[in-house]
Design a protein around this ligand. Structure first.
Ligand code: NAD
Length: 366
């Protein structure tokens, strides 16, 4: 049914603003093919707004995402020395965006060593070594933690060690496993692979895996697979076609999503979404590539495909499919594509960010 979707639009900074503008135009054209439209609630975040607002993540931006429940965001440069580890990490934490979704698929025409990749990474976003619980070597806190732990076990932590804590809870593991199975079911996927190092990290990854096994019982239509993270890296590059939906704790998810992004043509084409129960934020995997700022040069595919995920999330399934087909056709033709998608990066026939978006919009009109 034709709908007007109220969505928070965060242009970001660096090349983010150019990528966001290209994405906005493409999304409007895709939605229009189903008679739908967007009512954008434009909000700022990043280094450009920091001076004016005194923070790279103004409260009204957060409130807007909470209110609209859906946002699409351009990349944001991590400001140095502001107390913010990263605006992106803060946004995920504030909104409890517990699932990071990164589908990685090869499109004919994209330069890649692989042809048959179609995997979906479902990364737990709130726990694990990424929880930010760390003790710097040489500090009284690290020493206190070290001495406490040394009273609890035979294996002693060496003096002067830095310590990072890896918390994994049954709650967090169940929530992400359920998300992965629900996603697989909704998308007609056959398998969910649980990726851990449970043979070594028995009480964290082991808990993640045992919880996965329990959740899998509720989804008899989906095959549960169990794989070790090291073997998965090898298996992905040896037999990419065997892998389907992968659910992983935070750190392995971070690493493997870059591996699979590389397998499908790199950061320029890898989309992503961070999803919680109250809100969802769609964004490319890559950063703000500030050295190309203002040059109308970088590839908006990753952000446009993140927009395709957003269309699906909004129930605009047909518009999402038409958008994906249009992107795939423009890439397959290989004419009006950005420099990074040409066989030679200096190819003078490469088009800019805006012109590539124009080509997709034209394709949507066919
Ligand atoms: P980056 O992803 O911005 O860029 C690394 C290199 O990848 C670029 O120099 C460019 O050669 C290439 N690249 C990236 N995106 C591209 C695109 N769309 N098209 C063509 N080439 C592209 O990584 P970085 O330089 O490490 O990070 C820059 C800033 O972005 C940092 O401040 C970082 O913290 C931040 N960052 C933000 C996000 C986010 O907003 N979600 C994610 C990662 C990094």
């Amino acid at each position: 049914m034709p709908t007007t979707h109220r969505v928070t639009l965060i242009p970001g900074d660096g090349t983010g603003t150019e990528l966001t503008e290209a994405t906005r135009r493409v999304l409007e054209a895709a939605a229009a093919t189903s008679g739908s439209a967007f009512d954008w609630d434009v909000q700022q975040a990043g280094v450009d707004i920091m001076e004016e607002a005194g923070t790279p993540l103004p409260p009204q931006t957060l409130e807007s995402v909470r209110r609209n429940k859906v946002a699409i965001k351009g990349p944001i440069t991590t400001p140095i020395g502001t107390g913010f580890r990263s605006v992106n990490v803060a946004l995920r934490a504030e909104l409890e965006l517990y699932a990071c979704l990164r589908p990685c698929k090869t499109y004919p025409g994209v330069r890649s060593r692989f042809e048959t990749v179609d995997v979906v990474i479902v990364r737990e976003n709130t726990e694990d070594l990424y929880a930010g619980i760390e003790y710097e070597a040489g500090t009284p806190e690290a020493e206190e933690v070290r001495q406490f732990l040394n009273t609890k076990q035979k294996k002693q932590i060496r003096e002067g060690s830095g310590i990072s804590i890896k918390p994994i809870s049954e709650f967090g593991a169940e929530r992400i496993a359920r998300y992965a199975f629900e996603y697989a079911r909704a998308k007609g996927r056959k398998r969910v692979h649980c990726i851990t190092k449970s043979n070594i990290m028995k009480f964290t990854d082991g808990l993640f895996l045992s919880t996965f096994r329990e959740v899998a019982k509720d989804y008899p239509d989906i095959e549960p697979w169990e794989n070790l993270v090291d073997a998965t890296c090898m298996g992905l590059v040896q037999r990419p076609e065997e892998w389907d939906v992968l659910v992983l704790p935070n750190l392995y998810g971070d690493i493997l999503s870059d591996l699979t992004a590389g397998m499908v043509g790199g950061l320029g084409v890898a989309p992503g979404a961070n999803i919680g129960t109250e809100a969802a934020v769609f964004e490319a995997t890559h950063g703000s590539a500030p050295k190309y700022k203002g040059q109308n040069k970088v590839n908006p595919t990753a952000m446009i495909l993140s927009g395709k995920l957003m269309l699906e999330h909004l129930g605009e399934t047909e518009a999402a499919e038409r958008l994906e087909t249009a992107v795939a056709n423009v890439i397959a033709r290989g004419e009006k594509v950005t420099y990074d998608m040409k066989p030679n990066r200096d190819d003078p026939t490469a088009v800019g960010t805006a012109e590539y978006a124009d080509a997709i919009i034209e394709e949507l009109g066919q």
